[in-house]
Design a protein around this ligand. Structure first.
Ligand SMILES: [Zn+2]
Length: 258
């Protein structure tokens, strides 16, 4: 491993049958979300070197939400370090009641069996916070968070983290009192990096490092180091180290030693 850790991407959409070499060629550690339990089953047989696949049930997809089964989710979680994409979407065709039922089940399960978890909250920021509070889920990573300043403060009280993409203004998070130690980078490829610096690909979070660096007055190389520290402390607090690919485990240890 080189002396510099690669970029991190805590939320990206990647097709399930992508070639392993393409993923390795990204030069980044990518957390690839799935949209349904079925899709996760498809990728769960893969053994990618630096990609971590999430167990997901996207709030925007009717079939995924209908097909959610709590027992199956619990079983799939056994070997998964990461849960995503899950959440609520106020613009979805899926009735909000069903979405709430699914997310409540997901959050309660991960409160009992801690995992890294990336939560979507588009047009449903208050409801997502209510469910986090109700279920006692800890250290939830709010992905592409667009809540108001008071909601952001409430999210902080609930122990949430924030994954930031190129389409967001990190200054807003800083002004709401979010410390840089609670930030992580994401692309949300292909949606979140639509106007990002090229190459627009999963794992390309250099523009996020620069934007966060500007917002917090920190050099972007230092921002990368902080992101890795933040990520590593999540891994430890969730107890998911052993579930990560060996190469990512080495990077986590390297980040902690620095
Ligand atoms: Zn997404």
């Amino acid at each position: 491993m080189s002396q510099t850790l690669p970029p991190l991407d805590l939320h990206a959409h990647v097709v399930a049958d992508i070639a392993p070499r393409t993923l390795e060629g990204l030069g980044a550690v990518v957390f690839a979300v799935t949209r349904s339990l079925d899709e996760y089953v498809e990728v769960s047989r893969r053994s990618d070197a630096v990609t971590v696949w999430g167990v997901g049930c996207h709030p925007g997809l009717v079939a995924a939400q209908k097909g959610y089964d709590a027992g199956r989710f619990v079983a799939l979680l056994e070997n998964a370090a990461f849960v995503g994409e899950v959440g609520l979407d106020g613009a979805s065709r899926v009735p909000i009641k069903r979405q709430i039922g699914v997310l409540e089940s997901v959050l309660s399960t991960t409160a009992a069996t801690p995992r890294l978890i990336s939560v979507h909250s588009y047009k449903a920021t208050k409801l997502v916070l209510d469910l986090i509070e109700q279920t006692g889920a800890e250290r939830v990573i709010l992905h592409w968070w667009l809540g108001s300043e008071s909601e952001t403060k409430r999210a902080l009280e609930l122990g949430c983290l924030f994954s930031v993409n190129q389409g967001m203004d990190p200054t807003k998070l800083r002004m709401a009192g979010v410390p840089i130690t609670l930030l992580l980078p994401e692309t949300d490829h292909p949606s979140g990096n639509r106007r990002g610096a090229s190459p627009r690909q999963p794992g390309q979070t250099l523009d996020v490092e620069r934007a966060v660096g500007r917002a917090y007055g920190i050099d972007s190389a230092e921002v990368r180091r902080i992101f890795w520290k933040n990520f590593s402390s999540q891994v430890d607090s969730k107890g998911v180290f052993a579930l990560l690919p060996p190469a990512v485990q080495r990077m986590v240890r390297f980040a902690q030693a620095k």
